[in-house]
Design a protein. Structure first.
Length: 286
C-alpha cells in the first residue's frame, strides 16, 4: 500500500546527558551537529538530521521489561564506509556488542552512553538478495571484521571523509512491542507496510517497496510488555517519510476510521502504536 519511495526519517531519543550523548554521536558515530537549540540537538549528515536528542536530566532509565527502542539503524552507502565506521569505533575504543552478516546486509552493533541500541550497516545490492517463498531471506551469521577492514586497503577506498559521508541515512528502526499481531495490524493495515520476513522467533519485519525492512518488531521483552513510564529516557519518536501528501492523507483517513488517536502538527501526523511507541508521519522538506 505504501509508495516504494517511503523511508524512515529521524529517530529522536530522550537523554539525560545531552552534551555527552551529542559528543558520542559526533566523535564515535561520525555524525555532525545540524542544530542545537536549548535542550534539543539534531545530528546528521550534509545538513539533514538522522538522530534527534531531547535533553532531560530528570528522565529515568526505562525498566528492562518494557517496550521502546531495540535499535536505530544507520545505513552507510558502501562496504568501505562500514569499514571506516569500524575503524572509528576501534580508535575511540568503543565496545561492539555484535557484528553480523544478514545476507541482505552487513552490520555493526553498539550502544550509546545511555544504552540506546545502534546498528550501523551497509546493504548488499538488491539483485543479490535471496527469497524464501514470498519473503526475503535473512539470517544472522558471523561477520569477519578483519576481512571488513581490508576494504580500507583498496586504492579506491584509501581516503574518505572524516565523518560519515553524504548519502548516509536512517535505514530502519527496530522496536520492542507488546504484541506482534497488534503491531502488524497497526503498521500493516493502518500505515500500509508489507511483511517482508517472519523467520525470526518472536520477531516480524516490515517494509515498503520491497526493501528488506524499514521496521523490525519483536516481543523479546515478553508478550504484553508495558510501555515505559512517562518521562523515561529512550525512544522519543521516529519518523516515517512519505513521498507525497496523498499518502499522508490516506493514512490519516485509515487511522480515523479505525478510531486510533492521532494529532496533526506542522503538516505531520503523530500517533502511538499499540505498544506506546510514537511514530510521526510526514512528507520530507525540499
Amino acid at each position: 500500500m505504501l509508495d516504494p519511495r517511503t523511508t524512515v526519517g529521524r529517530v529522536s531519543l530522550t537523554v539525560r546527558d545531552l552534551d555527552g550523548v551529542e559528543e558520542f554521536y559526533r566523535a564515535v558515530v561520525g555524525l555532525e551537529t545540524v542544530s542545537r537549540t536549548g535542550s534539543v540537538a539534531e545530528l546528521g549528515v550534509a545538513g539533514r538530521t538522522v538522530v534527534g536528542l531531547v535533553g532531560d536530566p530528570e528522565a529515568a532509565a526505562p525498566p528492562r521489561r518494557s517496550t521502546g527502542l531495540y535499535h536505530l539503524a544507520i545505513l552507510v552507502p558502501s562496504r568501505a564506509e562500514l569499514a571506516r565506521s569500524l575503524r572509528r569505533l576501534i580508535e575511540a575504543r568503543w565496545r561492539l556488542v555484535g557484528a553480523a552478516d544478514h545476507l541482505v546486509s552487513e552490520a555493526l552493533y553498539l550502544e550509546d552512553p545511555e544504552g540506546n541500541g545502534i546498528e550501523i550497516y551497509r546493504d548488499r545490492p538488491r539483485e543479490a538478495w535471496r527469497r524464501d517463498g514470498d519473503e526475503i531471506a535473512m539470517a544472522t551469521l558471523p561477520l569477519d571484521l578483519q576481512d571488513l577492514l581490508t576494504e580500507l586497503g583498496r586504492p579506491d577506498a584509501a581516503h574518505g571523509p572524516e565523518g560519515i559521508p553524504a548519502g548516509t541515512r536512517m535505514g530502519h528502526v527496530h522496536l520492542h512491542v507488546s504484541s506482534l499481531a497488534e503491531a502488524e495490524r497497526f503498521y500493516g493495515q493502518l500505515l500500509g507496510f508489507d511483511v517482508s520476513a517472519r523467520g525470526y522467533p518472536g520477531a516480524l519485519f516490515m517494509s515498503a517497496g520491497g526493501y528488506h525492512h524499514h521496521l523490525g518488531l519483536n516481543i523479546w521483552m515478553g508478550e504484553g510488555a508495558p510501555p515505559p513510564p512517562s518521562g523515561s529516557s529512550g525512544l522519543h519518536a521516529f519518523e516515517v517519510l512519505l513521498p507525497d501528501q496523498a499518502q499522508l492523507d490516506a493514512i490519516e483517513g485509515r487511522l480515523s476510521r479505525a478510531g486510533v488517536t492521532f494529532e496533526r502538527q506542522d503538516g505531520a501526523v503523530g500517533s502511538l502504536d499499540p505498544a506506546g511507541n510514537r511514530v510521526v508521519l510526514r512528507c520530507p522538506e525540499g
